[in-house]
Write a protein that binds this ligand. Structure first.
Ligand code: GLU
Length: 478
């Protein structure tokens, strides 16, 4: 067993989101940096909210991101017996006591003072029954220190914690204990997780120490903790699963590269000492250090992620770019496909033509999904954008004239980008148009829109017949 053992312990209760991906990555980086073990434990004990598809989503997102684990997936639900045994040991050791207080009774005693449990049953010596919960006896005085590698030692006054429930009357062992028992069993040395769990940490440290003290329990060293800073949105509010675009799956679907995504996630709360932004996986593994993780919330900035993805895309070789775009442009020949299919049919798509078109858009896209609308006109008839058509053809007599003269000239010239370019410049010049203005109606008629890949290369690739047909059709509509 390695000296460093970390775990990622997601609950499969929803889409795998960027915060979980960041936690998973930081655990993975820490394990790989130290040559340690990375354990995946699926915390599937919330039967009402768990779904198999969420669990599969976690596994496929981790595979996509290249976060391989050395042990697991361990299902927490298979470890119930350990949780119960730990609770029994704590009870036998006097660390838990039976309590039959209802919430109403506690509230009534409190009469509006601080909410929470008042310790009513602490010294009552109640016998356990089907209507008693088991509560942990939190020391009244003193402090509990959570040794946190990000925040330093975080000290909590024990008095600020009520005696909390560990086992429900139904016998269900609550999460805080189950989670630490599994960490003990797995000999986890470092618990790296989101900051939202920091308030749970002192309770876990207390229970961990208590267990070490119980008869028949093998003592295990308390792990070091690292609570990672929260991810926030533009308004500096905690990322919301409902309002913010947080599902990792949707980024895969839009055509972010896993390497770019990993690179971006690594920068959420951590930065390499040199401050550079493009950092390869090898360098991340080499440089990752929890001591460099920041305390302040990290802004999940989709724009920055998109920019970084564009950089990664541009760094691909032409062949690698074509291969990366395959799920979007030719989903039928790809093992994985995004949710949205391209607007062309398989028999309309020509891979050789795509290989020639791809270099025209390679520099112009920031995600792979953006390739599809940009190249659609090469493979299928596209609708003319109504506003663009009105602007440069419908409501512009010069645009219509430009189309008419182009139809005539394009019918006879030698079909090459240079000739097309020269002819458009010359015809436009005769009408007093700049090259840009002269191109606009042609681009609109042939590609459907006013933006897209370089025009003359596109016309050359499309071929005379298609170009002329589209120019005539657009003119006929004017
Ligand atoms: N299952 C917990 C969650 O998804 C994580 C617990 C932990 O990392 O300690 O929030």
């Amino acid at each position: 067993m390695s000296a460093v053992r970390v775990r990622f312990a997601p609950s499969p209760t929803g889409y795998f989101h960027v915060g979980s991906a960041r936690t998973s990555l930081f655990n993975w980086l820490f394990a790989r940096h130290h040559g340690g073990d990375f354990v995946l434990r699926i915390e599937d004990t919330d039967v009402e909210r768990n779904r198999d598809e969420w669990r599969d989503g976690i596994l496929s997102a981790m595979a996509w991101l290249g976060l391989d684990f050395d042990e697991g997936p361990v299902l927490q639900s298979s470890l119930f017996a350990d949780h119960v045994a730990a609770a029994e040991a704590l009870y036998a050791g006097g660390y838990l006591y039976a309590c039959d207080c209802t919430r109403e009774a506690v509230d009534a005693r409190r009469e509006g003072s601080r909410p929470g449990y008042d310790g009513f049953c602490r010294e009552r010596g109640l016998a356990r029954s089907a209507s008693t919960a088991l509560r942990f006896r939190v020391p009244e005085n003193g402090e509990t220190v959570v040794h946190d590698l990000v925040r330093g030692d975080v000290t909590f006054a024990n008095a600020s914690y009520d005696d909390f429930v560990v086992v429900r009357p139904s016998g269900v062992v609550l999460y805080a204990l189950a989670n630490l028992v599994d960490d003990r069993t797995a000999k986890i040395t470092h618990v790296i997780r989101g900051e939202d769990l920091l308030p749970t940490a002192p309770k876990q440290v207390l229970m961990w120490r208590a267990l070490n003290d119980c008869a028949g329990v093998e003592p295990v060293g308390v792990p070091a903790y690292a609570h990672l800073p929260m991810l926030v949105n533009e308004q500096r509010k905690k990322l919301s699963k409902r309002k913010d675009p947080v599902a990792v799956e949707s980024y895969r679907d839009q055509g972010y590269l896993p390497e770019a995504f990993v690179n971006y996630l690594a920068l959420l709360g951590w930065s390499p000492r040199g401050g550079e932004e493009i950092v390869s996986r090898e360098v991340l593994v080499d440089q990752f250090d929890l001591a460099d993780v920041s305390h302040s919330p990290a802004f999940f900035d989709v724009q920055k992620l998109t920019h970084l993805n564009g950089e990664y895309l541009r760094a691909l070789s032409p062949e690698a770019f074509i291969e990366a775009a395959r799920p979007w442009v030719a989903p039928w020949s790809s093992p994985w496909r995004p949710a949205t299919a391209p607007p062309w049919r398989e028999d309309e798509f020509d891979p050789e033509r795509f290989a020639r078109v791809a270099p025209l858009v390679h520099e112009r896209v920031a995600t792979l999904a953006e390739v599809v609308p940009m190249v659609a006109f090469f493979f299928t008839e596209v609708d003319l954008d109504a506003a663009a058509f009105a602007k440069v053809i419908g409501a512009d007599p010069l645009g219509q004239t430009m189309l008419a003269v182009a139809i005539e000239r394009f019918g006879e010239l030698e079909w090459s980008r240079d000739e097309l370019h020269a002819a458009t410049a010359e015809l436009g010049g005769a009408l007093g148009l700049t090259l840009r203005k002269a191109q606009a109606p042609i681009r609109c008629a042939v590609t459907g829109s006013l933006v897209g890949p370089p025009l003359f290369e596109s016309l050359e690739l499309l071929g005379r017949e298609t170009v002329l047909r589209r120019l005539r059709a657009a003119l006929a509509r004017a």
